[in-house]
Design a protein around this ligand. Structure first.
Ligand code: XMP
Length: 516
């Protein structure tokens, strides 16, 4: 892999993603990882990320300088660029030329990184210190007003670096520069493709599971579907998928899992019909946290019930189910310190709350992938586009999109409104711009309207379209008025008891994405 050494910047994961966009596999490692750990990973190149500190500050994050002698190509970014300069004998100092935000880069000389790109170009900066003198043998190939040495390279040693952040969108040629480092300076080949990834992951699962049996909870979401499809490809009918229909799903989701997923993968599927149980327990409950707790608890009960059926079934052949498949992704792994195994399950993962005495070993085939890669692998495995491209959907489902108590009628009504919104957003080609668009029913609110010639006293529907990279923060999506108009007209005409459609224009923070 290409290793991204994390100096505590918020950008290390983003750099790894950008490397993968150049079709080269990349992982993040902590800056204090021992050199043996780094060499054990057999790095094809090392990228030193940005960081908050000055390289000369007390306690500044550092890295074992022997890594510059491994003969492995190295690329430094921002703090990593300065670290590289000082480790290799250059000079870094604070000369008062701080730059934060957009600045203009001027390309000089004929370096590999910027050759043929515009002579001046905007780049994104964030630094106080700057490199004064490059290390011996390094050519300076660009400058900015605050950084006379804004890029350097030594192609013979396969090393280069830039003061600016090539990984962010605000550096429009950044991806090109990073790619040139990888291809031209480091001499790497773009082999990280969906087909290769899928093949490698399938082989890994085969090795991990051996001739054992596995079980996978499908939520209807992308991650569990792709994880299930991969494991099915690896071990066939030794995998059983379990799908709990709690009656809180959106229109078409159950059919998607039962028909499309099974058709695309050939997986063995057990569906648990639990609508009555869930709605029974939710009867009269309006408090959001209470709803969530009830749903979490009942989900685990249903799943456990199904698992013991499957266990009984398969144990008849004298075998035991040893493995539980989870759709954990790389950002979860990095955020929890990159540790391995069971400690990393987020509590909101659908079956994360399973009791420990079930003693499953986890199979997490997606634990090194980002979401867009999961989607690409899903396509590679033949999963239908509606499944692969779908928006994130919360485990507690539509129950937390009804403000007020949950009833079958209210769910049916919300399902209709949600389907209309989804259809129109897709038809307008907006899926790529929208992270997700919760549609919320304000069941405890009524307002006066007029429809036909009569007065109505109905409920509002809220549209909550958001754009986001990771759901941690979000902005409301500026949907064209015509699209909003179509959605509003259709919902008020087609959904009984709804006489008003409103738009949520709150970012996160302060609002969360979901209303409950
Ligand atoms: P909030 O509402 O906290 O949501 O801004 C952030 C993201 O998480 C999703 N979400 C959940 N996903 N189980 C899940 O699997 C949950 O209980 C849950 N609650 C929120 C939400 O849809 C958004 O993508």
């Amino acid at each position: 892999p290409v290793l991204v050494v994390d100096f505590g910047a918020q950008y290390a994961q983003l750099i790894a993603r950008r490397v993968r966009e150049a079709r080269i596999y990349s992982e993040v490692v902590a800056h204090d990882a021992p050199l043996e750990e780094i060499t054990a990973k057999n790095p094809a190149a090392i990228i030193l990320s940005g960081g908050p500190a000055s390289v000369y500050a007390d306690g500044a994050p550092t890295v074992d300088e022997n890594l510059f002698d491994l003969g492995v190509p190295v690329f430094g970014i921002c703090y990593g660029f300065q670290k590289m300069a000082s480790a290799l004998g250059g000079v870094v100092a604070n000369t008062g030329g701080s730059e934060f935000g957009r600045t203009t880069l001027t390309v000089s000389g004929d370096g590999a990184l910027h050759r043929g790109l515009p002579e001046t170009q905007p780049v994104w900066m964030s630094h106080n210190d700057a490199v004064q003198t490059p290390p011996d043998g390094f050519a300076v190939t660009a400058s900015t007003p605050g950084a006379p040495v804004a890029a350097f390279e030594c192609v013979e040693r396969r090393m280069a670096g830039v003061q600016y952040h090539p990984e962010v969108m605000h550096s429009p040629h950044g991806q090109e520069v990073l790619t040139r480092f990888l291809y031209e300076v480091a001499g790497l080949e773009p082999t990280w493709t969906a087909a290769n990834i899928a093949e490698a992951l399938i082989a890994d699962v085969r090795e991990q599971v051996g001739d054992g049996l596995a079980i996978c909870g499908l939520s209807g979401g992308v991650d569990s579907a792709v994880a299930g499809a991969l494991v099915q490809r690896a071990i066939g009918d030794r995998l059983t998928c379990v799908f709990v229909d709690h009656g809180l799903l959106r229109a078409g989701e159950r059919e998607q899992v039962q028909n499309d997923f099974v058709a695309a993968t050939g997986a063995r599927l057990v569906t648990v019909d639990a609508e009555e149980t869930f709605l029974g327990h939710l009867d009269g409950v309006s408090d959001p946290e209470t709803k969530r707790k009830i749903i979490g608890r009942e989900f685990i009960r249903s799943f456990e019930g199904a698992v013991s059926d499957v266990l009984g079934d398969q144990a008849a052949d004298g075998k035991k189910v040893d493995f539980l498949v989870q759709g954990t992704l790389y950002p979860d792994v990095v955020e929890s310190g990159g540790g391995s195994g069971t400690a990393n399950i987020k509590s909101h993962h659908n079956v994360g709350g399973l009791p420990e005495d079930l003693e499953f070993k986890l199979v997490e085939p997606l634990r090194l992938l980002f979401k867009d890669e999961v989607r690409a692998v899903g396509r590679e495995l033949g999963l239908p586009e509606e499944m692969v491209a779908r928006q994130p959907f919360p485990g507690p489902g539509l129950a937390i999109r009804i403000v007020g108590a949950v009833t079958k009628d209210r769910l049916d009504l919300l399902r209709k409104a949600d389907l209309i919104a989804r259809e129109e957003l897709t038809a307008a080609g907006l899926d790529g711009q929208i992270w997700q668009c919760p549609v919320v029913l304000l069941a405890d609110v009524r307002s006066v309207g007029v429809q036909g010639d009569g007065r109505t006293y109905g409920h509002p529907i809220v549209l909550r379209p958001v754009s986001s990279e990771d759901a941690m923060t979000a902005d409301w999506t500026r949907i064209p008025y015509e699209v909003l108009e179509t959605i509003s007209t259709r919902i008020t005409n087609e959904v009984p008891d709804v006489n008003r459609v409103v738009l949520d224009v709150t970012s996160k923070p302060p609002g969360t994405i979901e209303w409950e």
